[in-house]
Design a protein around this ligand. Structure first.
Ligand SMILES: *[C@@H]1O[C@H](CO)[C@@H](O)[C@H](O)[C@H]1NC(C)=O
Length: 185
């Protein structure tokens, strides 16, 4: 509704944002991303120092069959950069990745220049968990947008309480030339 009103008022500059939910043109997901929200059926994996509390920094995909994800993860207060390789394993935007505990990722929804929603899941271990993440091209999203994401999480069986907002903490991670290690703040 808001978008519609904006379009009526600004007809000349209105660009219709296309929400893509299948037949993803994955190369268009390339570039920088900010991690906004993470939701999981197993909340401890995305808590502070949780093994799956990963921040996606960028995606590089030159074709639809594979992609490189650069992420960082905070372990004992230190930022550790990790490069993940994703290989397409089905037409349904499902990829396998080389990350311990997570071995399938699926793209749920995207507006290529705005946001993407990704589902991560563990297909093998007994301690089954999955994570749904919201990533944006900008450092934050509106409270309304975040509420909408929580509803999407609920569709995957994740209660609203299990959604963590990562826009306020831990996003920044840089390699300081004066320090031998990665720093987080
Ligand atoms: C990726 O897939 C989309 C949708 O099928 C297609 O339009 C696009 O051309 C493909 N891109 C590349 C680089 O193969």
């Amino acid at each position: 509704m808001k978008l519609l009103l904006l379009c009526l008022g600004l007809t000349l500059v209105c660009v219709h944002a296309e929400v893509v939910t299948k037949n993803f043109d994955v190369p268009k997901l390339s570039g920088e991303w900010y991690t906004i929200l993470l939701a999981s059926n197993l909340k401890e994996v995305i808590k502070e120092d949780g093994a799956m509390r990963a921040f996606v920094d960028s995606v590089e995909a030159s074709d639809n069959s594979s992609a490189v994800l650069k992420i960082h993860i905070k372990i004992n207060g230190k930022c550790v950069p990790v490069t993940l390789l994703a290989h397409k394993i089905s037409e349904d935007a499902v990829y396998s990745i080389n990350y311990p505990g997570v071995n399938r990722i699926r793209i749920i929804e995207a507006v290529y220049d705005d946001y993407m929603i990704i589902h991560f899941y563990n297909a093998h271990s007994d301690d089954t968990f999955y994570i749904v993440g919201l990533y944006a091209r900008t450092p934050d999203k509106s409270p309304e947008f975040k509420e909408e994401f929580k509803r999407i999480g609920q569709k995957f069986g994740i209660p609203k309480d299990n959604v963590i907002d990562l826009t306020k903490t831990g996003r920044f991670c840089y390699l300081s030339s004066s320090l031998p290690k990665f720093s987080c703040y």
